[in-house]
Ligand binder design. Structure first.
Ligand code: MTE
Ligand code: MOS
Length: 795
């Protein structure tokens, strides 16, 4: 066992503690960025002037009428930018654009004494636009070949050979919608200018260092002139990994120009219409299976809807391609990835970072093909699992595949899958208009940033003379419990009670050059750094003790008087990983996190309404650092995944009317989030036991993102239930999200499905039926024709 993962007997890690701020969260005492406004004198408020066009040239901006509005102090435009007028890391995101690229794109920002003054000022700004043609739907972008960024290919073996040797070949299209983050706290920044032009920005950001860098670029300053602090976030979910930078830069620009603090906080509708979301994807695929239903080959083209700029679309796409295999061994693979450019918000990171979209492709394939192969989907999935010695298509060996099998078997047992399927069959036979379905799906998710350099972290640990400890690390807290875990790590390493350790907010002047709090890796990375810092101090204290039995406080005091340094900066980098993005090969992940879910649903055939009756989960978090926190992450991730796959329906106006390009679901009234009423009636979550992960801090594994993908079980259970409305062997194509409306249309199709084609043993084209609920995600008639022509016969 490695030094890093070995856990002492009296460890504070592993204790089931509440989140360090739980009491503050639930009593309303927890401070978020925008709460600081009340504590700051002379704050100005920022309001955007947003484009009503999805694509247009700005031909004139007249700010004079705004300045005539009472309380308006200044209007920020491109002319005010002393540095670079860009808020992206790809230099494709002008902060004050000459060409607007989506409905909601901010043209300029008005600063007012009150938010209302700023809003009225924004209304008064006169902007002339020369509208340009806009691409809204992803399929329009594909047809128009409107792409941006690289087009990576991930391949292994020879797909033609693999398909040629297959007994069954199927082809199809899988489309999935994006997802709004809907963090409770919308984007917020508060910027102040200190003496000598030093800029201090409080920001709700998952990536303080990059926010700092962008603010510095926009202001034309070096990084050391800018400090960014993040107290905590009311949720980030990936939406605050890159998107906060521009807002922070606007606030900082306003503060430097006016000399007053500037606050920028988006309203919910601004947040939904201005900021990026999960990428929707379109995938066109061909797949082969042998006699026994084992995958022989997969060829697919994945196109993501990147929106107007690149943002994180390329790394999201890379992760999608690296997760198309999910838990399955596919000998021959060829995957092509593309990012479409559309005139919509710039889509970005969202819990799973493309992994869910990649995995949905293979899960959709297996779910649709199982009936055509005449193989039970539970069987089809498990018979294709990786076994020891096999590698992913990008060449990384799959370590510990037996852990996935252990989780799978545990779920089959604890959820009584076999028995309940018999009960469900009996129920379905007795009910013509209500059908139940049950499905079991696996998750294998790679942990680490694909981009190797990001896998580093720093920490600063102070031991004060009285023996109390203050820690700082590079990660941010967004509700995921990172700070709770870091407190536990510090207490464990130093061997002191948790109460002796406190944690200070994340700041770029405490720990520099940090990576985003993302990729679920923050406990691994920052935990390694905190442990390193604590160990440096401990080593010095051990010398001071020189074998004597002293209490912690005595030892610290003695160390101080012996002039021994009582603080340390810690550092950690993940060893053993590498990645070559040009050929899409390497060993990008430190390890894989595994999980399995079984879900049972009940569908009403008259309306498509459904209920999730029961969910059983076994999830692998290694030796948990903080079991209550991890449980919360599994439950929350799972429900958020359910939301993405079954409820949350982003709609853009794709008509040629005046509203073209407008997000029509701009608030909670039209965008349905999972709530209490959608929770499974019964939700059982167990953490996989005997799951120690060697080489990771105290034997733990990352937990933040992987559980989201457990929700595939619900989607597959819906498919199972829908299939029960049709004849045996009905292959069900289900839209994503599988909203009640989509489920209704799927049941209608299942009812009218004929089993004839199967009886005749015709090639199993998975029909890509038009789905009236998801017109925006449809392939063109040419594509459908092409696809039908493309379907080779099985032998
Ligand atoms: N949990 C809560 N409560 N709020 C969040 O915003 N973000 C998720 C996940 N869990 C999130 C969350 C995402 S997208 C990631 S990458 C991880 O937390 C980031 O934190 P970690 O690296 O500490 O797991
Ligand atoms: Mo998470 S999508 O990596 O912020």
């Amino acid at each position: 066992m490695s030094h890093l993962s070995r856990r002492p007997d009296d460890a504070v890690v592993g204790l089931a503690l509440p989140h360090e701020s739980a009491a503050l969260h639930v009593t309303g005492h927890a401070l978020y960025t925008d709460d600081l406004v009340q504590r700051t004198l002379g704050v100005l408020h920022a309001h955007p002037v947003c484009s009503p066009h999805p694509h247009a040239r700005v031909t004139r901006i007249d700010t004079a009428p705004a300045l005539a509005v009472a309380g308006v102090v200044r209007v920020l435009t491109a002319d005010d930018v002393p540095g670079t007028n860009d808020s992206g890391v790809k230099h494709d995101e002008p902060l004050f654009p000459e060409i607007v690229m989506f409905v909601g794109h901010a043209v300029c920002w008005v600063l007012g004494e009150t938010l209302e003054a700023a809003r009225l000022g924004a209304e008064a700004v006169e902007v002339d636009y020369e509208p340009l043609p806009a691409i809204v739907a992803l399929t329009e972008a594909i047809d128009a070949e409107s792409f941006q960024g690289g087009q990576p290919v991930l391949s292994r073996g020879d797909v033609e050979q693999g398909l040629g040797g297959a007994t069954h070949v199927f082809s199809g299209v899988t489309e999935m919608a994006g997802q709004e983050h809907f963090y409770l706290e919308t984007h917020a920044s508060l910027a102040l200018v200190d003496e000598g032009g030093q800029v201090f920005v409080q920001s709700s950001t998952q990536h303080p260092t990059e926010t700092q860098e962008i603010v510095a670029h926009v202001l034309g300053l070096d990084s050391h002139h800018v400090t960014v602090q993040c107290l905590r976030m009311g949720g980030g979910f990936g939406g605050k990994e890159m998107q906060p930078h521009g807002f922070a830069a606007v606030a900082a620009l306003g503060a430097t120009l006016t000399g007053r603090p500037v606050r920028l906080r988006l309203s919910r509708t601004h947040d939904m219409t201005m900021t990026g979301k999960r990428h929707g994807f379109h995938a066109q695929w061909r797949v082969g299976f042998d006699d026994e239903g084992r995958l022989t080959a997969l060829e697919a083209t994945l196109t993501s809807d990147g929106g107007w700029s690149l943002d994180l679309s390329e790394p999201v796409l890379a992760r999608a391609l690296c997760h198309v295999d999910n838990a399955y061994w596919i000998p021959h693979v060829r995957l092509l990835g593309r990012v479409a450019r559309t005139h919509k918000t710039s889509q970005t990171a969202f819990r799973g970072f493309g992994g869910p979209q990649g995995m949905l492709v293979i899960e959709d394939i297996l779910g649709r093909c199982a009936p055509l192969l005449g193989i039970d989907p539970v069987e089809l999935r498990s018979s294709n699992f990786y076994v020891e010695g096999q590698a992913t298509p990008y060449g990384q060996g799959v370590r510990h595949p037996e852990r996935l099998v252990a989780a799978w078997d545990q779920v089959l047992r604890s959820a009584r899958v076999a028995g309940r399927r018999e009960e469900i069959a009996a129920f379905n036979a007795a009910h013509e208009h209500t059908k139940r379905g049950l499905a079991v799906t696996p998750v294998k998710f790679g942990i680490s940033f694909n981009f190797t350099a990001f896998n580093q972290a720093g920490a600063l640990v102070h031991v004060y003379k009285d023996g109390s400890v203050l820690i700082n690390h590079g990660g941010t807290e967004m509700g995921q419990g990172l700070h709770t875990k870091m407190l536990q790590v510090a207490a464990t390493t130093l061997g002191i009670p948790l109460e002796r350790v406190r944690l200070a907010p994340t700041r770029t002047d405490k720990v520099p050059n940090t990576s985003a709090t993302a990729a679920s890796s923050s406990a691994d990375l920052n935990g390694g750094a905190v442990k390193d810092a604590c160990e440096q101090i401990l080593t010095r204290l051990t010398d001071v003790a020189a074998g004597r039995e002293l209490s912690w406080d005595e030892l610290v005091r003695e160390a101080y008087f012996s002039r021994v340094q009582l603080w340390a900066a810690g550092f950690y980098r993940t060893e053993g990983i590498h990645w070559d993005s040009t050929v899409m090969r390497g060993h990008p992940f430190k390890y894989f996190a595994y999980g399995v879910a079984a879900a049972e649903v009940e569908v009403d055939g008259f309306t498509g309404a459904y209920r999730t009756r029961r969910v059983d989960i076994v999830h692998d978090v290694g030796d948990s650092l903080s079991p209550l926190v991890d449980l919360g992450q599994v439950e929350g991730g799972f429900v958020q995944g359910m939301g993405w796959l079954t409820l949350e329906d982003l709609r853009w106006d794709e008509s040629d009317g005046p509203g073209r390009g407008r997000l029509t679901t701009q608030s909670a009234s039209t965008y349905k989030l999972p709530a209490f009423s959608e929770l499974p009636d019964e939700l059982n979550v167990a953490l996989l036991e005997r799951a120690h992960e060697d080489g990771v801090v105290y034997g733990s594994k990352a937990v933040g993102e992987p559980p989201l993908m457990l929700a595939f079980a619900v989607r597959e259970a819906l498919r199972d239930a829908v299939g029960a409305f049709g004849p045996d062997g009905t292959s069900v194509a289900l839209a994503s999200p599988a909203t009640p409306e989509a489920v209704f249309w799927a049941t209608e199709r299942a009812r009218s499905a004929s089993p004839a084609s199967l009886v005749e043993g015709l090639p199993g084209l998975v029909p890509d039926q038009p789905d009236p609920t998801a017109p925006r995600l449809h392939p063109t008639s040419e594509q459908v024709a092409e696809q039908a022509a493309d379907t080779p016969a099985g032998t």
